[in-house]
Design a protein around this ligand. Structure first.
Ligand SMILES: C[S@@+](CC[C@H](N)C(=O)[O-])C[C@H]1O[C@@H](n2cnc3c(N)ncnc32)[C@H](O)[C@@H]1O
Length: 207
């Protein structure tokens, strides 16, 4: 799909902060990834956030790590417009497009993708491209809802009605895919969430 085609994500752009998922899923996910940054990401890192949405994570990271240079990209024109307007930062840039539209430039030290990977149709191809965009020693941090059992499957089937076509891999499937794309396994960590929320895990691949 071309990045100019309107999708349901454009509809959500103006309503994004009001989503119930902010409380149980999106905000705790951002917190977990920021913690991982504190643990392993060196100063002056170049960071790419794939499927950045309205830019909440990019802005939080930009404020916490003014040493980092961050690029956020999203195929929804309305999400990117909101990011530029409401989540701008001196060390952050927003692009409208898909992974394939990211200019490699000097490469990236970290690629994050938060609750966007399920919507990427060619997941193996995406991970290979991410590997190409990374500098030696770089890492990919993917956080998403995972199908770990029947409850997750049923819950996520409902969530799919509110999104574009999605495939919520389990954490082990994601790790295996990362491995086949050339990554070594890093940490796998769940977000703290109430029991009725499906499994949401940070899955890391390291070069
Ligand atoms: C649930 S939102 C997540 C936004 C943000 N990362 C967050 O955690 O709040 C999903 C985002 O993925 C984007 N998206 C959909 N298809 C995508 C694709 N093929 N590649 C990258 N991003 C995509 C949507 O436009 C949307 O902004």
């Amino acid at each position: 799909m071309h990045a100019s085609a309107r999708t349901i994500w454009d509809f959500w752009a103006d309503r994004y902060e009001g989503l119930w998922a902010q409380h149980f899923s999106l905000a705790p996910s951002r917190k977990l990834v920021l913690q991982r940054f504190d643990e392993v990401v060196p100063s002056d890192a170049r960071v790419l956030d794939l499927g950045c949405g309205v830019g909440q994570f990019v802005k939080e990271l930009a404020e916490r790590r003014p040493d980092c240079r961050i690029v956020g990209i999203d195929p929804s024109a309305d999400m990117v417009a909101r990011a530029k307007r409401d989540y701008a930062a001196d060390n952050a840039t927003y692009l409208h497009g898909y992974l394939w539209d990211v200019p490699r430039g000097d490469g990236f030290d970290v690629v994050t993708s938060m609750h966007a990977f399920p919507y990427m149709p060619d997941k193996y191809g995406a991970l290979v491209r991410i590997r190409e965009l990374l500098r030696p020693g770089g890492r990919v941090l993917v956080i998403q809802a995972n199908t770990e059992g029947a409850y997750d499957w049923a819950f996520l089937k409902f969530v799919k009605l509110t999104t574009t076509k999605a495939d919520y891999l389990s954490a082990s499937q994601l790790l295996e895919l990362m491995h086949s794309a050339g990554f070594q396994p890093g940490v796998v960590r769940p977000i703290p969430a109430p029991p009725f929320i499906p499994s949401i895990q940070l899955v890391e691949g390291v070069l």
